[in-house]
Structure formats: structure tokens, C-alpha cells
Design a protein around this ligand. Structure first.
Ligand SMILES: Nc1ncnc2c1ncn2[C@@H]1O[C@H](COP(=O)(O)OP(=O)(O)OP(=O)(O)O)[C@@H](O)[C@H]1O
Ligand SMILES: [Mg+2]
Length: 241
């Protein structure tokens, strides 16, 4: 029986047929501003708020204050309380980048990962994490090692990645193959702003809806619409960025 971890994000758990496969690692890809960090914040916040699951948020991009402000700006108003109580553990860029290589950063984390207290983890972002490595081979080895450690310690993980979803123009990175799930956040410019879409391209062991669904970012976070859109990745009018 496959156990699932609910995201608590309206519409997303339905597309995933119940949730993300427990102990798996999912890559959340998209261009700047697509909503990757908000999805990560919401996954961790909902874990505590709705499912009594503690979470770890690793940010190579923002400091603790930025994260708190981003969370509060979108309505996750108990974020500071959860950080205070230890239900959410934040490793921000000040902490992570203080170490000069990833193994030292990992050392900082290992105790937390191994004590079974946490169920969810977000790494924001993989692109920054990868800057620690000089070669493709080293990067790949570390990514595999890290995902193994996460799996062994029963963490359900989201990793964000700066990557568009326009195929075949965008190269599909190795990290897409090395992870169990792939979610793309897509935005297209319109006269009045942007249209946003979410696409679950892969979720190993799980029968998912692979259509592309419209979504919104608003007070309360991300909200995915129930009806698939007629959106086509190959263009004809809409031009995804
Ligand atoms: N309170 C809010 N209400 C509505 N929309 C918001 C709110 N806060 C943020 N947004 C939208 O979400 C977008 C940013 O999302 P987010 O920071 O998650 O993007 P990202 O994919 O992580 O980008 P980056 O790659 O730059 O880190 C903003 O550009 C804004 O349009
Ligand atoms: Mg971000």
C-alpha cells in the first residue's frame, strides 16, 4: 500500500490522486516568479497546520526574515509561531552559505534528519545547492546521496528548480530523472498580468492526472483549478515563459 503525503493545496492533492508519495523527492520547476517558493512554504506550513507533520525548510536564496515576511504576506500567519515552537525548522542562506561546501552544510542538518521528528523537507533551490559543486559528476553523486539520506529518514521532499517547461526548447536536466516526481509551474503573460498553470509531469508509483491545470496565487497561497485547461506547451497563441 503506497502511503501519501497530502500537500493540503486546494486542487493539487486531487490531481495527485491523494497526495505526494511518502518518502519521495519531487522537483518543482519553473521560471522566476512562477510560485516555486510559495508552493514550498505552503507544503511545510500545511504539514504543521493541517496534518501535524513537522517540516524543515532549507533556503539558499532567502534569510529567515524574508521567508517569514513571504509567508505572512500570503496569509500563513502562524509561520513565526511554528518556527518558534520548532514545528518548522528553517535553515536559511546565512546558515547554509556559511559553510564552504555542501558536506559541511549537510553535517549541520544530519542530526535533525536522523531524529525522526520531521516528515517534510523543502530545498529552495536546487540550482543554488548545485553551485557548491564543480563538476556534473560530483553534483549528480551528491544529489543521489542526499535524496537517499532523505528517503532513509522518511522525509517527503520538494526541491525547487529554475527551469522552464517549454519543450523541446528547454533541455531536460538530469535532476528531472533523478527525482521521483516532477511538477512544473508555468506562467504566461497576458494583457492584464499573467496566467498561471500547474503540470504534474511525473510521480513514480502513482496514477496522476497529467493534464495542465490553471492555478492562482492569492491570499491563502496556491489554488489549483479543477478543470484542465486547453493549454498547449507547443504554443499557438499562448506563449509559455
Ligand atoms: N500575497 C500575494 N498575493 C498574490 N500573489 C502573490 C503574493 N505573494 C506573491 N505573489 C506572487 O507570487 C510570485 C512569486 O512567487 P515565488 O516567490 O514563489 O516565485 P519563485 O518561483 O520562487 O521565484 P524565484 O525563482 O524568483 O525564486 C510573485 O511574483 C507574485 O506574483
Ligand atoms: Mg523562489
Amino acid at each position: 500500500m503506497i502511503e501519501l503525503t497530502k500537500t493540503g493545496i486546494d486542487g493539487l492533492d486531487e490531481i495527485l490522486n491523494g497526495g505526494i508519495v511518502k518518502n519521495s523527492t519531487t522537483l518543482v520547476s519553473g521560471n522566476p516568479g512562477a510560485g516555486k517558493s510559495i508552493l514550498g512554504l505552503q507544503f511545510i506550513y500545511n504539514g504543521v497546520d493541517q496534518f501535524d507533520e513537522k517540516g524543515i525548510y532549507l533556503s539558499f536564496e532567502e534569510n529567515e526574515k524574508d521567508l517569514r515576511e513571504a509567508a505572512e504576506s500570503i496569509g500563513f500567519d502562524k509561520w513565526p509561531d511554528y518556527v518558534e515552537s520548532g514545528d518548522i525548522k528553517v535553515y536559511d542562506k546565512q546558515v547554509l552559505l556559511r559553510e564552504n561546501d555542501f558536506s559541511s552544510s549537510l553535517e549541520l542538518l544530519l542530526d535533525d534528519l536522523e531524529d525522526d521528528e520531521y516528515d517534510r523537507l523543502v530545498l529552495d533551490s536546487l540550482a543554488m545547492f548545485e553551485l557548491f559543486f564543480e563538476s556534473e559528476r560530483e553534483k549528480r553523486t551528491y544529489l543521489l546521496k542526499f535524496t537517499d539520506i532523505l528517503r532513509e529518514n522518511e522525509l517527503t521532499t520538494l526541491m525547487t528548480n529554475e527551469q522552464g517547461a517549454v519543450f523541446p526548447d528547454t533541455e531536460i536536466g538530469l535532476e528531472n530523472y533523478l527525482t521521483d516526481g516532477n511538477i512544473y509551474l508555468i506562467q504566461t503573460p497576458t494583457d492584464s498580468g499573467v496566467n498561471r498553470y500547474l503540470w504534474v509531469a511525473k510521480m513514480r508509483k502513482q496514477n496522476i492526472e497529467t493534464d495542465i491545470y490553471p492555478m492562482e496565487i492569492d491570499w491563502g497561497g496556491i489554488n489549483v483549478h479543477e478543470n484542465a485547461s486547453a493549454f498547449s506547451m507547443m504554443g499557438e497563441g499562448d506563449s509559455p515563459i
